[in-house]
Ligand binder design. Structure first.
Ligand code: UDP
Length: 326
């Protein structure tokens, strides 16, 4: 039997890649999205239900529209600096909205959940390669919303026969290799899209936020994980939840740390030109270094990222950015 899956946030960057992959594997896909940051042009896979997590009636209608086997939740606000300035919006959408979603799932008898968490739950790194047992001490409201939801889900698992996987994403990057969907945010805040946009538009100077972090070149180090690899872990989670009980958290990264300057240099190689930049003050809430130990996902979900080379990841992002479709 084809499993029926609800993809909340399926019009966004990660959600649209996920909807596409699920569809290609023969799952029945339904996307739930308010189109606040997603794109209607990305709604090419599955049925679309427009609705908002903050409105319980929308969720009741969506969950009541058919019998879902599991829910994927990508509908998060994700801009760290905005979460510092506008905590209400972040707690309202990311925490209250998710609680509404969990309640609608209970009301409609759906007990399998795959949640998009974040490496932002860890805060200041005390390990070179961060495992899931690293202290959970988010540096900003965004990271706190992810942590609180993980805790809520764990309580659901204890009380309500609720089974879940939370994926702590490191830096999702790249695009489907055919170049038809990609990463775009309004306004764009992410490093790789900003590098590509600055190379395509001379008027858009690339800014590097901070030059005196305690890292080898003074810029922040991150672990860039290809979107297709990230989505494949979610496929593995569906199989895992067929038999697993309780709440489980997994890192998703590829274990290689690259500084902002490393990424700019790699992008310069891909594009074939030098990318000018200027230094700006640090952004609020940025961690100096976030690099994953993903061996738990490897061992338990049998997941291994295929894209190891940063240039290859940037190449797929560039393919879409040269000819973006919104
Ligand atoms: N960054 C930067 N310039 C930009 C965008 C990002 O220097 O235009 C830096 C940012 O400070 C962080 C890294 O690049 O150290 C990755 O940022 P991004 O927003 O892509 O992801 P985050 O790690 O914040 O989730």
């Amino acid at each position: 039997k084809k499993l029926s899956l609800l993809v909340c946030g399926g019009a966004g960057y990660i959600g649209s890649h996920m909807a596409r992959m699920l569809d290609s594997y023969g799952y029945e896909v339904t996307v739930f999205d308010n189109l606040s940051t997603g794109y209607s042009k990305a709604l090419k896979w599955g049925e679309f239900i427009k609705g908002d997590l903050r409105n319980p009636d929308d969720l009741d209608k969506a969950l009541g529209s058919k019998k879902f086997d599991a829910v994927f939740h990508f509908s998060g606000l994700i801009v760290v600096s905005d979460s510092v300035k506008h905590p209400f919006q972040y707690y309202d959408n990311n925490v209250t909205g998710t609680l509404n979603l969990l309640q609608a799932m209970r009301n409609h008898g759906v007990n399998k959940f795959v949640f998009s968490s974040s490496a932002a739950v860890y805060g200041e790194p005390v390990m070179d390669l961060i495992t899931e047992s690293h202290p959970l001490a988010p540096l900003n409201p965004y990271g706190k919303t992810k942590l609180y939801v993980e805790e809520i889900i764990a309580d659901y698992a204890t009380a309500y026969n609720f089974n879940s996987v939370s994926f702590r994403y490191f830096n999702a990057a790249g695009a489907h290799p055919d170049g038809s969907i990609g990463e775009a945010h309004r306004p764009e805040t992410h490093l790789i899209p900003n590098i590509l946009l600055s190379s395509l538009d001379q008027g858009r100077k690339l800014k590097i936020f901070g030059d005196d972090y305690p890292t080898p070149d003074g810029t922040c180090v991150r672990d860039y994980i290809h979107i297709q690899d990230l989505c494949e872990a979610h496929l593995a989670a569906i199989n895992f939840l067929e038999t697993a009980h309780g709440a489980h958290s997994f890192n998703l990264g590829n274990g290689n740390g690259f500084s902002v300057l490393d990424v700019i240099n790699a992008a310069g190689d891909v594009i074939g030109k030098k990318i000018p930049y200027e230094f700006e003050p640090k952004r609020d809430g940025d961690s100096p270094r976030l690099v994953a130990d993903s061996s738990k996902a490897h061992n338990i979900l049998n997941w291994t990222p295929r894209y190891k080379d940063l240039r290859e990841i940037i190449e797929t992002a560039y393919r879409w950015h040269k000819n973006p479709v919104f």
